[in-house]
Design a protein. Structure first.
Length: 294
């Protein structure tokens, strides 16, 4: 038997209470969202409270405006994430079952959809208040990494979004029936812990890079630089991890075992990779634009 890591004995629920016949539970995934938003908010507030980080010693917005924008960002994440999942991954199912679109608690959120939701919400807010949209985007991107890091850890605890089968010694034996449904593997199936790969790349490393650029390299003084690094960095990290991440079941078939959303003769890209390419392109454009103006 190949070496592998057992899945930790962790419940998706931190605790649950039954009151008046109703059960209320706090789940790790919900806590990840809450803590991620709070930590990201504090990072952004610290940034706007330090004028020296900004061109002309003038932050793009005040602390009060950051708090006002937070509501719009949360709304964009929830609505965009859900609608993105519906449109990008299972449009046929939800068109046939429109009432299921509102059942967010049953799962099904898209990061790329959430990103689009945040972009639209940010544009609406900045246009309404006469604030630089691109610099506001820099601020928002500066605070996203903690939520990504904690969210991917919660995905791991939930035993969801796992990777493809592997015989590497750090492969994890996820306990769900679907995770153990591995063709050609009769014994325990170990899979890439792709959630942890993403937590490391998209959350920890990318977040540390953004903090370094903003606080040590004057990144917020170059409009679009922080946002460009985030978009390109997240897109590149997600593109790479997709090679070992299990694709969504609706894309897998006998003729397409890798679950490629676009392919020719067995070569192609997953949906996550297709959605990451525009992020990389826009990110590179913003980085070049910022460095040329510097």
């Amino acid at each position: 038997m190949n070496a592998m890591l057992p899945f930790p004995d962790l419940s998706p629920e931190i605790f649950s209470l039954t009151l008046f016949g109703m059960t209320v539970a706090l789940r790790w995934y919900a806590l990840a969202y809450i803590v991620g938003i709070l930590v990201g908010w504090r990072i952004v507030v610290r940034a706007v409270e330090r004028p020296k980080l900004w061109a002309g010693n003038t932050p793009v917005m005040t602390k009060q405006q950051v708090e006002d924008l937070l509501f719009w960002v949360i709304l964009g994440v929830i609505l965009g994430g859900r609608l993105g999942y519906v449109l990008f991954y299972q449009p046929g199912y939800y068109l046939s079952n429109p009432a299921q679109i509102l059942r967010i608690w049953e799962g099904g959120m898209s990061f790329h959809g959430g990103a689009l939701g945040v972009i639209f919400a940010g544009i609406a807010y900045t246009k309404r208040h006469g604030i630089s949209t691109i610099s506001t985007g820099d601020v928002v991107c500066l605070g996203l990494a903690p939520g990504l890091f904690l969210g991917r850890l919660a995905n791991f605890i939930n035993a969801e979004l796992w990777g493809r089968p592997t015989d590497l010694p750090w492969g994890v034996a996820f306990p769900t029936v679907a995770a153990q449904d591995c063709p050609d593997i009769a014994t325990i199936c170990a899979r890439h812990p792709s959630q942890l790969y993403e937590a490391l790349l998209e959350g920890l490393i990318l977040g540390a890079l953004l903090i370094y650029l903003a606080w040590r390299r004057g990144g917020l003084k170059s409009e679009g630089l922080i946002g460009g690094v985030f978009l390109a960095g997240y897109g590149a990290a997600r593109f790479i991890v997709e090679f070992v991440r299990q694709p969504d079941a609706q894309f897998v078939s006998a003729n397409n075992p890798l679950g490629l959303a676009w392919h020719v003769n067995g070569w192609g890209l997953t949906m996550g990779q297709l959605l990451s390419l525009p992020m990389i392109a826009i990110g590179v454009f913003l980085i070049l634009r910022a460095t040329r103006k510097a």
